[in-house]
Design a protein around this ligand. Structure first.
Ligand SMILES: NS(=O)(=O)c1ccc(C(=O)NCc2ccccc2F)cc1
Ligand SMILES: [Zn+2]
Length: 267
C-alpha cells in the first residue's frame, strides 16, 4: 500500500482507508477550547514530575515523516498529574508547517503555532515496551510543547546541527552531543490533558495527552532547517508530489474532541 504521508494523495484525509482507527472517536490532535477546560484538584495535588538522562539520547533518524530522536528509556521517568504508574521516555520528534503561521498539531482556541514538539513515553508499570504499550488505552503519554517563532532554541539547535546528515528517508546518525529533553520544556508547567491517540498512522487510541500551556521559542532559521528534510530515500526518485520531496509540512489537522473531557492544571 502506498506509504502514508502528508500530501494530497497520501495525507491525513486518506489515512482511514488503510488505518481504520484514524476514523475513531478518541483521535488527536484536537483544538483546545480553553472555555471547555475544567480545572481538577486531583491534578493539582499530584504535580507532574520527570527525570531524563541526556546521555541516553542515542540516535536521530529521518523517518520519512520528520526527524525523531530515539532514547534509551532506562533511567527516565514521568509520573504524576493524570498518570497512574510510571512512564518512560522512548523518543521525541516534531511537527511543523510550510510557513510559521501553521504547523502545530494541537490548536488553542483555533490558533495554530509554528510547530509542536512531542516527547513520547510508555507505561513501564504495566507493559514491556513501547510497541506493546501502544496497543492499550493507558499505554502511552505524550508531552506536547507548542513552538512559536522567536529566539533560537539552543537545545533544539543540537538537533538542527544533525539534520544535514539525515537529509533523506531512513538515514540515521549517532547523537554525540547529549540533548536534554528537560531543557526543551517550558518554564511554567501548566497544562491541558485529555485522552487521545497517536497523530500518525496507525493512530492508536492509546495516548494520554499532556499539552503545556506555555509555548517555547524557536527561530525561523531552525524551522527552515526542519523543512529541508526529504521524504524519500537517497538515490530514489521523489515519490511524493511535495515540492521536490521536501518535508515542508507534517502536521495532522485537528479532529473533534467529541464527548471527551478536557482538564487543565495551573493557570
Ligand atoms: N505524533 S505522536 O502522537 O506523538 C506519535 C507518538 C508515537 C508514535 C509511535 O510510536 N509510532 C510507532 C508505533 C506505532 C504503533 C505501535 C507501535 C509503535 F511503535 C507515533 C506518533
Ligand atoms: Zn508527534
Amino acid at each position: 500500500a502506498a506509504e502514508w504521508g502528508y500530501t494530497k494523495r497520501n495525507g491525513p484525509f486518506t489515512w482511514a482507508k488503510n488505518y481504520p482507527t484514524a476514523a475513531g472517536i478518541r483521535q488527536s490532535p484536537v483544538d483546545i477550547d480553553t472555555a471547555l477546560a475544567t480545572s481538577d484538584s486531583s491534578l493539582e495535588s499530584k504535580p507532574l514530575r520527570w527525570k531524563y538522562v541526556p546521555q541516553n539520547t542515542r540516535t536521530i533518524v529521518n523517518s520519512g515523516h520528520g526527524w525523531r530522536v530515539d532514547v534509551d528509556s532506562e533511567g527516565s521517568e514521568l509520573v504524576g498529574g493524570p498518570l497512574e504508574g510510571t512512564y518512560k521516555l522512548q523518543q521525541f520528534h516534531c511537527h511543523w508547517g510550510s510557513s510559521s503561521d501553521k504547523g502545530s498539531e494541537h490548536t488553542v482556541d483555533g490558533q495554530s503555532y509554528a510547530a509542536e514538539l512531542h516527547l513520547v513515553h510508555w507505561n513501564s508499570s504495566k507493559y514491556a515496551d513501547c510497541g506493546e504499550a501502544a496497543d492499550y488505552p493507558d499505554g502511552l503519554t505524550v508531552l506536547g510543547v507548542l513552538l512559536k517563532v522567536g529566539a533560537k532554541n539552543p537545545e533544539l539547535q543540537k538537533v538542527i546541527d544533525l539534520i544535514p546528515s539525515i537529509s533523506h528517508r531512513g538515514e540515521k546518525t549517532e547523537v554525540k552531543e547529549a540533548i536534554d529533553p528537560a531543557k526543551m520544556l517550558p518554564k511554567t508547567l501548566s497544562y491541558w490533558t485529555y485522552l487521545g491517540s497517536l497523530t500518525v498512522p496507525p493512530c492508536n487510541e492509546s495516548v494520554t495527552w499532556i499539552l503545556f500551556k506555555e509555548p517555547v521559542e524557536v527561530s525561523e532559521e531552525q524551522l527552515a532547517a526542519f523543512r529541508s528534510l526529504r521524504c524519500y530515500k537517497r538515490g530514489e526518485e521523489c515519490p511524493c508530489d511535495e515540492v521536490d520531496g521536501l518535508l515542508i509540512s507534517n502536521y495532522r489537522p485537528t479532529l473533534p474532541l467529541g464527548t471527551r473531557e478536557l482538564r487543565e492544571c495551573g493557570s
